[in-house]
Design a protein around this ligand. Structure first.
Ligand code: ADP
Length: 540
């Protein structure tokens, strides 16, 4: 017997309809490539998204055609999120930080028909357009009189493209399982792989993201996604923000500490989301200039492990609650978020900190487990670590244009190694390829990095394993010092004593001016290992 409730498909267009109807005057603020601060509303975004849909119809673009963006976080990008997916096309967010060759490869693999780009990326478009034969239209996200002077055929300005289109449109009643957006993984190994989200997966993910023990979003928030809209849909914030009708504040291209701080203060930001490297810049700026926050209450930190020193600084010095979160492109991305359970409120500050540093509990909708090399499930004791597997309605089944499934018995192997404690708090030990294997034991590179990062002279630290004839591998720590700071190799190694088991203390410290960062702001250990290929451990 079937239930007798209405069967409305879960569609992305319903999110923008809701935001317009119930939060039409809710603000959307963007720092633009032009340098100014632009003010829009959910109502205007909805209206212009419908103009986008008309423009795509006028270009005779069939359903499921890929419309790519090469853009910073901003209101026009948000309009494309809704106009493209809402009208049944697939929004493909390109990462502009990729190498041009890789970018062209992705455009061809996705068979993008249209590319909408911020004028900052005009040189990039000029460099790659000839290698992208599927692209029929290049749309510069600017006014008609600001069209970049590049020799690219079929180039139009966004404002001219949508400007004359009607503002009314009836969103199509799509199948909720239809593809809505496409995002490629950064491809640290091999070619990038496409993750194709559906309307259903995106809407369910939005419900989950807003929950109190997830991002805890409400209509009272002023939310600043520093995480780019080309990186896993800015962790789903453009959708979840519409579901709750909060104010959205977009940083555009200016992600330096000063610009972010100014935006937070000017727009009364209550919550911000980003990777640790971005917060490093913000905290650095605030500490140097002696600044405090007036409205910031919470920050979601994910993408890589949040160093304990960062968590404490946010909480103790600035009164900002850190929500440590974990996920991946293949998971839309939300998997776990760290918030305390009722019984943990009784723990002292140190006890609570220990819990908060974990990546957290599974959000409802995500199921997870850890397994050994044979695939046998491991206990949730907070000590035993194994390969982390996940499943759920917003987790990948297949990569785009790939016949083979990455799943193992219906579970997606994340490539992360983790522990899970009796309360269900998951902690990432390492990326499986970054774990250091020393004398048959494993050393967590994250632990080694976190200790170095707790030293006041250290700005960034990366721990990598170096080949060792007796132990297989031994850890070394590669360090970038803060400006004007100094510390000797011996002093930093002494700093590890008592903070980690003796055999886990790195064998050496290598000081470098910078650690290579990938397109999503994560440390690139592959290129770091490449840079260190002549390196030999002390005494070898
Ligand atoms: P890519 O894998 O393409 O670099 P993702 O953003 O999908 O890009 O990265 C997902 C990976 O990032 C996870 O599998 C995990 O290794 C790492 N990661 C994400 N969040 C955290 C976190 N809070 N702590 C530690 N690692 C994290």
């Amino acid at each position: 017997m079937l239930g007798l409730m209405q069967n409305h498909p879960l569609l992305i267009s319903s999110l923008i309809d809701h935001a317009e109807r119930h939060h039409g005057d809710g603000q959307i603020v963007s720092r633009r490539v032009e340098g100014d601060i632009h003010h829009s509303t959910w109502g205007q975004v909805a209206s212009r998204a419908r103009q986008v849909a008309h423009a795509l119809d006028a270009a005779a673009l069939p359903q499921a055609s890929r419309v790519a963006t090469l853009a910073w976080n901003g209101y026009r990008h948000l309009e494309l999120y809704y106009g493209v997916s809402g009208s049944g096309r697939v929004l493909h967010t390109l990462n502009p930080r990729l190498h041009p060759e890789q970018l062209a490869w992705i455009v061809n693999h996705a068979e993008d028909s249209v590319v909408c780009f911020d004028t900052t990326f005009a040189p990039l478009v000029a460099a790659v357009h000839a290698k992208c034969p599927t692209v029929k239209l290049w749309v510069a996200l600017c006014d008609a009189d600001k069209l970049p002077d590049i020799a690219v055929p079929n180039l139009v300005s966004y404002e001219a493209w949508i400007g004359t289109q009607p503002r009314t449109y009836t969103w199509p009643m799509l199948d909720e399982n239809a593809a809505s957006s496409l995002c490629y993984t950064s491809g640290t190994t091999g070619n990038p792989k496409g993750v194709l989200y559906s309307h259903r997966s995106s809407v369910l993910h939005s419900f989950a993201a807003t929950m109190p023990d997830a991002l805890n979003l409400s209509a009272r928030d002023s939310l600043l996604p520093v995480v780019p809209m080309f990186h896993v849909n800015a962790w789903g914030i453009p959708y979840a923000g519409a579901a709750v009708g909060c104010k959205l504040v977009f940083p555009g291209p200016a992600m330096d500490g000063k610009s972010i701080y100014e935006l937070i203060e000017a727009e009364g930001v209550t919550m911000a989301a980003g990777v640790p490297t971005v917060w490093q810049m913000l905290l650095g700026h605030m500490q140097t200039a002696g600044l405090t926050f007036s409205t910031m209450k919470r920050t979601v930190i994910g993408g890589s492990a949040c160093p304990p020193a960062m968590l404490s600084t946010f909480q103790d010095s600035y009164g900002v609650e850190v929500l440590h979160a974990w996920g991946m492109t293949e998971m839309s991305p939300l998997g776990t978020v760290c918030t305390l359970k009722n019984k943990q409120l009784a723990l002292d500050a140190n006890g609570q900190l220990k819990v908060r540093l974990k990546q957290g509990r599974a959000v409802y909708g995500v199921d997870m487990k850890i397994v050994d090399a044979e695939g046998a499930e491991l206990p949730w004791d907070g000590k035993t670590f194994g390969d982390l597997l996940v499943r759920g309605p917003w987790i990948i089944d297949h990569y785009f244009k790939s016949d083979s499934s990455p799943l193992v018995d219906g579970w997606f192997p994340t490539g992360d190694v983790a522990t899970i404690d009796a309360d269900g708090f998951m902690q990432i030990t390492d990326r499986s390829k970054d774990v250091i294997k020393s004398g048959g034991e494993w050393i967590s590179s994250i632990d080694v990095e976190n200790i170095a990062m707790a030293h006041p002279a250290v700005a960034m630290a990366a721990c990598v394993g170096m080949p060792h004839p007796k132990w297989d591998e031994r850890p070394i720590v590669v360090v970038v010092l803060k400006p004007g700071q100094d510390i000797s190799r011996e002093d930093l190694l002494a700093f590890y004593e008592g903070r980690i088991a003796k055999w886990q203390i790195p064998d050496d410290v290598v000081f470098v001016p910078a650690i290579p960062l990938g397109a999503t702001g994560k440390m690139q250990k592959m290129s770091l290992r490449q840079q260190l290929k002549e390196y030999v451990l002390p005494g070898m």
